[in-house]
Design a protein around this ligand. Structure first.
Ligand SMILES: Cc1ncc(COP(=O)(O)O)c(C=O)c1O
Length: 390
């Protein structure tokens, strides 16, 4: 089926963070080909755009709530795409996933509570723990010749020592792991029976590469009462700017406490246009997502082939999921910042790996959700920069 991932969109002049606000991240440089913040440089799913236009044509964007068709669309997406059977009242609509996770920490734990993260990891995880006055426990991933793995014995120690929250990133940004059922079963076994909340950020849950399948933490009934599943169509359907997500909280107690926190702060009014987007995406977006995953798989392959052929000193973490690739460039003996600066000098904007954890200087992250011409342009900039550094 013909979708337009290859066509690209002119995003310049739309106050787009990635295209229009480069100076701050790249020491005053602008006009770079961007491969940074996690949105895509291809067009949003057309039925979403049509639904937004239709809603606007009504002439009023007033307060809205969750209609049955919305709940049905979310419930059915969970079942069709992720094999999850959920009740409509488990769905707690929210804004962005990051603010929702920050609210969950405040709503459900006490100051000083211990929160586990698994570096290298999406950097706002660190910032929301620090901002909430909770204590961070670092359960670094282990890298061996087969890729990144969780340090499960250490995770077990942390849980047994009284950690209150595990912030799980699944699929994992930035190491692009799609955790296997066996790995996640072990996480469930470790957490089960302990007073630890599993705050599972599954924002990238639909974006699996090479025919892989994502396993949701919602698939483990034994930890149901402890689970907050953070889901969204924002990355999948390229509507991140609508800041609309769905938490799925099966446990009555946890959901009640979280809802009370939101209600007391009047944080319960969903984004009217966001709701339209979610409904349109989840009603019928299956073919589009399958095509998107195939497209991203091709892009990931192009990057891996390019690196193997032209820059063999760069180690690419196996691209299993998300559209964010993770490069180990430590062989160049430069800091992440120096690498990103050199690549920016050559014309492309990437993210410094050091942002994702203090042990990851010399690493760089690249967003590959763009037309191939742009992707190849970026790869040539990386090559030009690294050839100079060699
Ligand atoms: C793992 C992960 N969680 C959350 C977010 C951001 O979510 P939101 O914009 O809904 O706060 C991102 C964006 O890149 C992400 O990669």
């Amino acid at each position: 089926m013909g979708y337009s991932f290859e066509e690209g969109v002119n995003r310049k002049g739309t106050a787009c963070i990635k295209w229009d606000f480069q100076e701050m991240d790249y020491k005053g440089k602008s006009g770079l080909l961007p491969f940074s913040i996690a949105d895509a440089d291809y067009r949003t799913y057309e039925p979403i755009l049509a639904a937004l236009k239709a809603r606007i044509d009504n002439g009023v964007i007033g307060y809205t709530d969750l209609e049955p068709a919305y709940l049905e669309a979310v419930v059915n997406w969970c079942r069709r795409r992720h094999g999850l059977v959920i009740e409509p009242d488990w769905i707690v609509p929210t804004g962005g996933i990051v603010p929702a996770m920050a609210q969950a920490l405040e709503a459900l734990t006490e100051p000083g509570a211990k929160v586990i993260v698994q570096p290298p990891v999406y950097d706002p995880f660190y910032s929301i723990i620090q901002a909430s006055g909770r204590e961070m426990l670092l359960n670094d991933l282990i890298l061996d010749e087969t890729g990144y793995h969780m340090n499960l014995p250490q995770l077990q120690e942390m849980v047994e020592a009284g950690a209150s929250v595990l912030m799980l990133c699944s699929p994992h940004n930035p190491v692009c792991r799609v955790w296997t059922r066996e790995e996640l079963q072990q996480v469930a076994d470790i957490c089960k029976g302990h007073d630890v909340i599993i705050l599972a950020d599954e924002i990238h849950w639909d974006l699996v590469l090479g025919g892989r399948a994502h396993v949701s933490m919602g698939a483990f009934p034994e930890i149901r009462e402890q689970l907050i599943l953070c889901t969204s169509c924002s990355k999948t359907f390229n509507v991140a700017g609508l800041e609309t997500s769905n938490l799925i909280i099966p446990g009555d107690d946890l959901r009640g406490r979280y809802r009370d926190y939101l209600f007391a702060r009047y944080l319960f009014v969903p984004n009217t246009l966001g709701l339209e987007a979610v409904k349109a995406a989840y009603q019928d977006g299956d073919d589009w997502v399958d095509a998107e995953c195939a497209f991203l798989t091709e892009n990931a392959q192009i990057v891996c082939d390019f690196m193997r052929e032209h820059l063999p000193k760069v180690k690419v973490a196996e691209p299993e999921g998300t559209y964010l690739l993770w490069f180990d460039m430590t062989a160049y003996g430069k800091s992440s910042e120096e690498l990103v600066d050199a690549i920016a000098e050559a014309g492309a904007g990437l993210n410094a790996g050091a942002h994702y954890g203090e042990n990851y200087d010399g690493y760089v992250r690249m967003n590959i959700a763009c037309p191939k011409e742009q992707l190849l342009g970026g790869l040539n900039c990386i090559k030009a920069a690294l050839d100079q550094l060699s």
